[in-house]
Design a binder for this molecule. Structure first.
Ligand SMILES: NC(=O)c1ccc[n+]([C@@H]2O[C@H](COP(=O)([O-])OP(=O)(O)OC[C@H]3O[C@@H](n4cnc5c(N)ncnc54)[C@H](O)[C@@H]3O)[C@@H](O)[C@H]2O)c1
Length: 335
């Protein structure tokens, strides 16, 4: 089965591509390299020992998207990662985020072959600031805490409209919690072009000496130690959830389907707990200071994964310790 992976050279996409190849799918990647490097392509090929097709393409350019699908009408499934993902940058440059993330989604849905499995990379940020944790998928959309979060809500709404209007549309929205870690080979991992916004890549860069100090944004939240609580999921587990989603869509009898699933471990860990665990796992000291709260951050967010387990048959397997060690291994290798 030939799967198109948009944003497939990025952090999550590259791990999913490796998993797809391992599971005998054939893969075509499109990416405009705005937040990734072409060297990931060689790394994916080295890990998987399989060939794949890559095309540099910007999903917001209608002509490019149309021509791509004219040439690739044999695509049998799409996994859509390509998006800008920085909460902070989206607050500063909201139009850039709406333009990139929403236009990309619209053009993809417009031109891709009809009726094939479509998996969208969504986020737990669609829930907004939720009072009750763990969060399940029935939780209604909350007030989006950033334009980034809003683009994820809008993209899900667009999928829903498409589902209602078409006779054959099969889609799944995977709402990721906090992906961390790297492939055990240490060849691919999270490598943002700019200063990392996510905790773990920032932390590993501080420990390796690439950055001076880690700032923990706020210690006055109403949590166990005052720092935010998140659900950190190993990227290898997250990658597997995409195989489960594609298989689920393929096995459906119905031509019409749309559902959303949480992708997390179901366990909430505070930022300070994560730092301590990293120190214990690696024997390395983390230099950090407490800063102000960061706009757009939620106090507590961890997943209820019962629905994902029941319907997709997927459950996280890796421990937090394994995830943190793999992140550190990636940092050492990558340097
Ligand atoms: N990493 C996380 O913490 C996280 C959490 C929740 C959801 N997500 C979502 O998962 C997806 C992948 O995240 P990631 O961490 O791998 O990000 P990433 O930035 O590493 O990867 C995204 C890829 O998409 C490409 N891209 C962006 N805009 C594009 C466009 N217009 N045309 C073609 N390519 C484009 C980038 O160059 C990059 O390679 C994103 O949609 C993100 O919003 C990520």
């Amino acid at each position: 089965m030939k799967i198109l992976v948009t944003g497939g050279l990025g952090y999550l996409g590259s791990h999913v591509v490796v998993d797809l190849l391992k599971n005998s799918f054939s893969v075509v990647i499109i990416d405009n390299l705005i937040n990734s490097d072409i060297s990931s392509l060689d790394c994916i090929t080295n890990i998987s020992n399989k060939n794949l097709v890559f095309e540099k393409l910007d999903l917001t350019k209608e002509k490019q998207v149309e021509e791509f699908f004219n040439r690739n009408s044999d695509i049998e499934g799409v996994i859509h990662f390509a998006a800008l993902k920085s909460v902070r940058e989206s607050i500063k440059y909201p139009l850039k985020y709406y333009h990139n993330n929403v236009t990309g989604m619209i053009l993809l849905l417009e031109y891709m072959p009809k009726g094939i499995p479509f998996v969208f990379s969504s986020s737990c940020t669609v829930y907004g600031a939720v009072e009750n944790n763990p969060i399940d998928e029935n939780t209604p959309y909350g007030n989006p805490q950033s334009p980034y979060a809003h683009t994820k809500q809008i993209c899900e709404i667009i999928m829903n409209s498409k589902f209602k209007s078409e006779v054959n549309f099969k889609g799944i929205s995977l709402r990721y919690f906090n992906p961390i870690g790297a492939h055990p080979s240490g060849l691919i991992g999270e490598n943002p072009k700019n200063k990392p916004e996510n905790l773990v890549p920032y932390l590993t860069q501080v420990v390796s000496g690439r950055r001076e100090e880690l700032t923990v944004f706020g210690n006055d939240y109403l949590t166990i130690d005052g720092t935010c609580i998140r659900d950190y999921i190993h990227v290898m587990d997250l990658a597997d959830s995409h195989i489960a989603a594609i298989n689920h869509l393929n096995n459906l009898k119905s031509k019409k389907y749309l559902d959303d699933f949480n992708i997390g471990t179901g366990k909430g860990i505070s930022v300070i707990q994560l730092i301590k665990m990293f120190e214990e796992s690696t024997g390395k000291k983390v230099q950090y200071k407490i800063g102000k709260r960061r706009p757009g951050d939620l106090e507590v967010a961890y997943a209820n994964t019962k629905k994902t387990e029941k319907i997709l048959g997927w459950k996280s397997k890796y421990t937090l310790d394994e995830a943190l060690q793999s992140a550190w291994n990636w940092e050492l290798n990558h340097q």
